[in-house]
Design a protein around this ligand. Structure first.
Ligand code: NAP
Length: 455
């Protein structure tokens, strides 16, 4: 894919970039390795000061940064500005907590003294997606830099200006040149970079094929990886739930980021007793969403990031209909410039049909009826993904069962799946492995060193 900013609202190419040459990549890798040698010894207080300064820049410039995100990938401006604020939050969270997360841990053994020390690993490659073009990067970079690692970002090819702006935030915050560098390269350059001995580990947020490829290359080189891949999150509603709140949250959970979120609720599994009412209210609220220019504050659904995503989504809906699904609303692209797709509700989808098992990356919801909690859990787990899950019920016994039985990296009861710097984030099954955020995230890219001192 060419490295270019193409406005998804208009289709206009705003800026194109040439990929870095082999010599430029070499220079950046060497700078990362050289920087790491000194940076790993920086006191926590210094790293913390720089990270707080990055947070300040993000907060102060959230409007401009938000506009950049919306221009490159189409998310509604309000959400883009909130994304910059959330990045400031994760910077502050790690600025305040990293030292505690990584403090030596004493362990009583037969030694005179034994403990665990957490040490940085070196330059880590981050292969990142466009959908949360700032957040995905910051949730990797804040803990990585606070731990004393240095970062190399290969961002998605459709958000190069965001990639460069993020590098600038860290440079202006006072981090040394080389602590965080953007590599403007296509995905074809990843293998060579990952094979380079100076790169010690990798994290990838993106699709399954990309994750599988990066993990295979890293595996051959015995390099640690963290993978945050796709999801097809279930959203279960039981009879005791507050139905109106569940419906409003369901619509938001499906359409957040124009439907392009890994943790968007994608399959809605509703108890038979309340199904009809849920369906009626859900369809009506999906139809009421304001579609339009994402730069307008009032817009709820903007364009999808690329024309390819519209093609893929349309194909998935067509295939679903061909195998018996019914479209209650939407179902096709909008007849206007830009990559717009109608908010769509599908019913009667066979749970073994591809569309039910695949990820739908756009505002397409599937509704399922469940006779009881066992069937709800069976439908929920009938996917190769296992990222987030949400269950709405006020029955304590049902809550306990969902917490125990749902195959996912997170379970939200009576709420919407969302990431939070204080809680770990990640998936199971084909949604990936490893965790980001909280103390679990900062410990992914460290040497957990055992120290044993005899008498
Ligand atoms: P993608 O096509 O996999 O791209 C993600 C990144 O990987 C981009 O930087 C891309 O570069 C690169 N890439 C693609 N193929 C590669 C390969 N074979 N080797 C190395 N790098 C490769 O994913 P996307 O369409 O941008 O993002 C949507 C996907 O990300 C969805 O599946 C979504 O669920 C997932 N996601 C997961 C999370 C999570 O936390 N679990 C969060 C957000 C998104 P180019 O752009 O140059 O191709």
């Amino acid at each position: 894919m060419a490295i270019a900013s193409i406005n998804p609202t208009t289709g206009e190419t705003l800026k194109t970039f040439s990929a870095l040459s082999a010599a430029q990549i070499e220079e950046k890798l060497q700078l990362a390795a050289d920087t790491f040698r000194a940076y790993r010894h920086t006191p926590f207080a210094d790293r913390s000061r720089m990270m707080q300064s990055a947070a300040e820049i993000l907060d102060n410039e959230k409007q401009e940064l938000g506009q950049l995100m919306t221009t490159e990938m189409g998310k509604p401006i309000k959400a883009a500005v909130s994304e910059a604020e959330k990045c400031a939050w994760v910077c502050r969270y790690y600025a305040e907590n990293a030292e505690r997360h990584l403090a030596d841990q004493l362990v009583e053994t037969n030694a005179q003294k034994s403990y665990v020390r957490f040490q940085p690993l070196g330059p880590v490659l981050a292969v990142m997606p466009w959908n949360f073009p700032f957040w995905q990067v910051f949730r990797f970079a804040a803990p990585a830099l606070m731990a004393g690692n240095v970062g190399l970002l290969k961002h998605a090819s459709n958000v190069p200006q965001c990639a460069l702006a993020i590098e600038e935030v860290f440079t202006r915050a006072g981090f040394p040149q080389g602590a965080f560098q953007t590599l403007l390269v296509g995905s074809d350059a990843v293998e060579k970079i990952l094979n380079d001995p100076r790169v010690v580990a990798a994290t990838l947020t993106g699709s399954e094929p990309a994750g599988s490829s990066v993990a295979s290359i890293a595996g051959k080189q015995i390099k640690k990886t963290v993978l945050e891949l796709g999801g097809s999150d279930p959203f279960i509603v039981m009879p005791s739930a507050n139905l109106d709140e569940a419906v409003t949250t369901a619509v938001k959970a499906r359409t957040i980021n124009n439907g392009q979120s890994c943790i968007a609720a994608k399959r809605f599994i509703v108890a038979r007793e309340i199904y009809e009412e849920f369906e009626r209210k859900f369809v009506s609220q999906m139809q009421a969403l304001r579609i339009g220019d994402p730069m307008e504050e009032s817009t709820e659904i903007g364009p999808l990031a690329t024309p390819q995503i519209v093609d893929d989504l349309e194909e998935q809906v067509k295939k679903a209909v061909a195998t018996g699904a019914r479209v209650l609303t939407g179902g096709k692209r909008l007849n206007r410039p830009g990559n717009f797709f109608e908010p769509t509700v599908l019913v009667d989808v066979d749970i073994t049909a591809p569309v039910s098992c695949e990820e739908t990356f756009g505002p397409v919801a599937m509704l399922f009826r469940a006779d009881d909690i066992h069937e709800a859990i069976r439908i929920a787990n009938a996917t190769q993904f296992g990222l987030g899950s949400a269950a709405w019920t006020n029955e304590p016994g049902e809550q306990a069962k969902f917490i125990e039985e749902l195959e996912a990296g997170s379970v939200f009861i009576n709420g919407m799946v969302a990431s939070d710097p204080r809680l770990p984030f990640g998936g199971v099954k084909h949604s990936g492995y490893g965790r980001e955020l909280a103390e679990f995230g900062i410990r992914e890219f460290v040497n957990i060193k055992t120290v044993w001192i005899g008498g």
